[in-house]
Ligand binder design. Structure first.
Ligand SMILES: Nc1ncnc2c1ncn2[C@@H]1O[C@H](COP(=O)(O)OP(=O)(O)OP(=O)(O)O)[C@@H](O)[C@H]1O
Ligand SMILES: [Mg+2]
Length: 298
């Protein structure tokens, strides 16, 4: 049985597909037949066809990288700024949050401290900034303070200290959540200090804590370590201090109220909007603050 000789056009097509695969432009390779048909139907020139084909590859690469950054960030929840109910927190300075949302603080290697009691939205806002940063192409990493300390402890035992420190130093934004709920022993405090010190003026930290800065001495055994940490964190930082009732409690009350009235529970936001009695104080940009001078919510 004899094989038909290939026409020059067919062999050029096969070669082009081969080149695209070889260069790992898989999305473009896959889209090639449809792109050629499209170009023919719309009488595209060579430039327009190439732009169309490479545009497909660029979009696919951007999506893949965004997904990879999102996996790396290890966010515990998909909370975004659009989901944050500012009306439930009437004294939040939206303009300041919107300013943070421009992510200029990341370019300036500045920090964000979110301070307040349980359930007021500290993690929500930190994750919202994290999601924006991932979308904008920054490498972000989320970790709780307790996990960070445990990770460093394991790394020291297993001889992976340098690698672990590098992995905590390189993301452009490191979110450290829930500092203060668990006391930190000297070793844990030392690990956290190292992470903060090596990121100082090089990468941003968004830190959430239930402790006002004046009571940080109680989180750590050593008040000097606490002071040194705060010194680095607060130099070039925005402090969001949130006081008020837990949003979780609002949601809970909304459900109970709905059940009592015999109606299906609605979005807790609508319930939260009714008479909040919430006080939320937002501190403006703090620059060059020293621990002793800082306002304390605790
Ligand atoms: N203003 C808000 N608008 C919408 N949802 C909110 C708001 N504040 C809090 N929430 C929601 O309430 C829940 C608790 O918020 P979050 O976890 O951010 O609180 P937190 O201050 O970090 O509390 P904790 O100190 O206990 O960790 C989350 O589901 C969050 O999405
Ligand atoms: Mg939280």
């Amino acid at each position: 049985m004899s094989t038909q000789p290939q026409t020059p056009a067919a062999s050029a097509y096969q070669q082009l597909r081969g080149h695209l695969h070889y260069l790992r432009l898989e999305a473009a390779a896959e889209a090639l037949p449809a792109a050629l048909d499209h170009a023919k139907a719309h009488q595209f020139g060579h430039t327009a066809l190439l732009e169309h084909l490479l545009g497909i590859e660029v979009t696919a690469t951007q999506t893949r990288r965004q997904q990879s950054r999102l996996r790396f960030a290890a966010f515990p929840a998909p909370w975004r700024l659009e989901d944050f109910d500012f009306d439930a927190q009437p004294s939040v300075d939206r303009a300041l949050v919107q300013e943070l949302a421009t992510l200029r603080f990341i370019d300036e290697h500045a920090n964000v401290l979110l301070i307040g009691p349980p359930g007021v939205g500290k993690t929500h806002l930190a994750l919202a900034l994290g999601h924006l940063a991932v979308d904008a192409g920054y490498r972000v990493c989320y970790v709780t303070a307790a996990d960070l300390v445990a990770r460093c402890h394991r790394a020291a035992i297993e001889g992976r200290w340098a690698t672990t420190m590098r992995s905590l130093a390189t993301p452009r934004l490191l979110i450290i959540d829930e500092l203060g709920y668990l006391p930190l022993q000297a070793e844990g405090a030392a690990s956290l200090f190292q992470v903060i010190a090596q990121r100082y003026l090089k990468g941003s930290i968004a830190l959430t804590t239930n402790r006002g800065v004046a009571s940080w001495g109680q989180i750590f055994d050593d008040p000097m370590v606490a002071a040194a940490m705060l010194d680095r964190l607060l130099h070039r930082s925005t402090v969001l201090q949130i006081d008020g009732e837990s949003y979780r409690m609002r949601a809970h009350r909304a459900r109970v109220e709905a059940l009592r009235k015999g109606v299906t529970p609605t979005n807790p936001r609508s319930a939260a909007n009714r008479g909040s009695g919430l006080r939320l104080a937002l501190k403006p940009q703090v620059d060059g603050l020293r621990p002793g001078k800082n306002p304390d919510s605790a």
